[in-house]
Design a protein around this ligand. Structure first.
Ligand SMILES: [Zn+2]
Length: 385
């Protein structure tokens, strides 16, 4: 399976300047290629190359960099087309969509640039890379990452890496082809309930408090309100930076939560049952609008992280229909909307059991997961004569 490993570059001042000039140069070139592509009805890569390659070379891009710029532009149009097709930019004729279709794709000055092994080489033991720039090859650029990430890089890195700069920091994002562990037969299932107050609650008692995320979110909202009143360009820039930081913070939390859940599943030979995406959307729709933006993608991301970490560890994951998981009693199976006494308390009208609402839901999800797994396993077993 493919995974990405991100390392932070620690260039000295001279190296940083070369990297910055390079990103600016390739993205300026990409904008020019994009305009050519747009004018010519977005031709295939090999045709686009005919129109642009010589000019890119004369601008001082090396052969590889020129090829990568052309391919990056063509890929961006392919992605745009796919997004339009999937309706991600609204219905045909909508304002957002018209705007996206009306002019060439534009690349930010520090947008990601792909590098192959000919323009980027890694010295893992020294913790450095040697990288092509518009000012020649820059050697001994230090990078930092976790010990685990370094191991993965060393063993499985393959193909291209992206150079990108975010909030003033350079990163390399490398693709690794990691072998999948063989999936084991689970003895039971851990159900994961996703919520606002507690981001994740498992049927085995683990609870990831959303406190950090929610508090962080509130602070960001206040700040945003203040800044929005200003409406200046610098305020806008600051807002963007804040929102990127907010996303990174949520992603970090999600990594930790996912790792905790998958590690427990692995240790106890359990499978993991998650609500399907439909459930995540429904759940989020019920919440206050300003929370929705953060939580809808945060939930989807958490589910993604769990699924891919589980895959690496050979832990089976099943997705279940979340209908009634919050209304049904996990002890006696009785379903009643009034069972949910409050946001946090579940109290069964039939058997009288009182439980934490999220915990009750997570146990229902676990049970459903088991049922899905058994149904799936049986259908794979050939009938015995
Ligand atoms: Zn009950």
């Amino acid at each position: 399976m493919k995974i990405v490993v991100q390392v932070k570059l620690m260039p000295d001042a001279v190296q940083a300047l070369a990297l910055e000039r390079t990103l600016h140069a390739v993205n300026e070139a990409a904008n020019w290629v994009s305009a050519v592509a747009f004018d010519r009805g977005v031709p295939h890569v090999y045709e686009l190359r005919k129109y642009t390659y010589a000019e890119l070379k004369s601008r001082g891009l090396g052969a590889q960099a020129a090829q990568h710029v052309i391919k990056k532009v063509r890929d961006a149009y392919t992605t745009l087309k796919a997004n339009l097709g999937a309706g991600n930019l609204g219905k045909p004729g909508s304002r957002r969509r018209l705007k996206a279709e009306a002019k060439p794709i534009v690349f930010r000055p520090e947008a990601a640039q792909p590098y192959d092994d000919r323009c980027l080489s890694w010295q893992y033991d020294a913790g450095t890379v040697s990288v092509w720039t518009v000012e020649g090859r820059v050697k001994n650029v230090r990078f930092v990452c976790s010990a685990g990430a370094l191991k993965t890089l060393q063993a499985y890195r393959q193909g291209e890496s992206d150079l990108v700069r975010r909030d003033g920091v350079f990163y390399l994002i490398a693709t690794c082809e990691v072998p999948e562990a063989e999936r084991f037969e689970p003895g039971r299932f851990i159900g994961v309930d996703l919520g606002i107050v507690a981001i994740a609650t498992t049927s085995t008692g683990y609870q990831a408090a959303g406190r950090g995320l929610n508090r962080h979110r509130r602070r960001q909202l206040e700040l945003r309100r203040k800044l929005q009143n200003k409406r200046t360009r610098s305020a806008k820039r600051l807002l963007k930076k804040r929102s990127r930081r907010e996303k990174r913070h949520a992603a970090n939390q999600n990594h930790i939560i996912a790792k905790t859940i998958v590690t427990e599943a692995e240790r106890t030979s359990s499978g993991i049952a998650l609500e399907n995406l439909k459930g995540i959307r429904q759940r989020v729709r019920l919440r206050k609008p300003q929370r929705v933006a953060l939580h809808s993608w945060a939930f989807a991301q958490l589910a993604d992280f769990i699924a891919y970490k589980a895959k690496r560890a050979g832990v089976p994951v099943v997705f279940v229909d979340p209908a009634y998981t919050s209304q049904q009693c996990c002890e006696c199976g009785h379903i009643d909307g009034r069972n949910r006494a409050s946001q946090s308390v579940f109290c069964c009208r039939n058997c009288g059991v009182v439980a934490h609402a999220d915990r009750n839901a997570s146990r229902n999800i676990a049970r459903k997961g088991e049922a899905v797994w058994i149904a799936g396993s049986e259908s794979r077993v050939p009938a015995t004569p």
